[in-house]
Design a protein around this ligand. Structure first.
Ligand SMILES: [Zn+2]
Length: 244
């Protein structure tokens, strides 16, 4: 009589203690990105908060520079700029989820967080786009955000180089923040915003200088794929994503 009960207890214990396969709750945050900086100066250029009225001009610049970027779009803006979004996808850029209305997720209930993520997901899927990454607005999140991104099969991704282009609207200020200093390598995940005209105007020059400093431009998806290939190489150190 006691045996079935013991087995049930053991099964329950295992369920509670062991994470389900594929549920690693991975976060790509700045310390994690810096720990696993890709070899060969891989630079993932990311743009948040669009698409907006300057995004098409940015796409022209990216095309002229043969750079594929990752766009973390807002669902609300995606609805207003569907054609731009379709062009982005057609030109080989990666499109990711940045919420619907850009709220601070730490102040939202889990239900409202889910709504923000899923509404954007629906807009993107309606256009044939399946986002692999979620970036919470302001880079701020809580345990619910991590869980929800994982449930939607997205990696929560931040950045390692912040242009602060929302604050500094001058080319020299942007370049001071994103170009490598003496003895530093040009690499990492770069954060810009395509809703600012000053950023779009500066981007041609910024990309030229990053390329001159050795940047090899990749999308965030390519960046993480290169890292996982490296991790699978014999003798790899195994530096991986941040676990939280
Ligand atoms: Zn944002």
């Amino acid at each position: 009589m006691r045996r079935p009960g013991s087995l049930i207890c053991l099964a329950l214990l295992l369920c509670l203690c062991l994470p389900a396969p594929g549920h690693g709750q991975d976060i790509l945050d700045a310390p994690g990105i810096r720990r696993m900086e890709a070899r060969d100066n891989a630079c993932a250029i990311t743009f948040d908060d669009g698409p907006g009225k300057y995004t098409d001009a940015l796409l022209d610049i990216l095309k002229a520079h043969h750079v594929r970027a990752t766009f973390f779009v807002l669902g609300g803006n995606a609805v207003r700029h569907r054609q731009t979004l379709l062009r982005m996808a057609a030109e080989g850029h990666e499109i990711a989820n940045h919420s619907y209305d850009h709220p601070d997720f730490r102040h939202l209930s889990p239900e409202r967080q889910r709504d923000e993520i899923e509404r954007t997901e629906q807009v993107l899927r309606g256009l044939g786009i399946t986002p692999r990454f979620f970036r919470p607005p302001y880079g701020l999140y809580d345990a619910d955000t991590v869980r929800l991104a994982e449930q939607e099969h997205m990696v929560l991704a931040l950045w390692s180089v912040d242009s602060q282009d929302w604050k500094y609207r001058k080319l020299s200020e942007l370049e001071a923040r994103v170009l490598p200093g003496k003895g530093e390598k040009a690499e990492g995940v770069f954060l810009f915003h395509d809703i600012h005209q000053t950023t779009v105007n500066a981007m041609g020059d910024v990309l030229d200088k990053l390329a001159a400093d050795g940047c090899r431009f990749v999308t965030l998806g390519q960046w993480t794929e290169e890292l996982s290939q490296r991790a699978a190489e014999p003798g790899a150190g195994g530096a991986g994503k941040t676990k939280q």
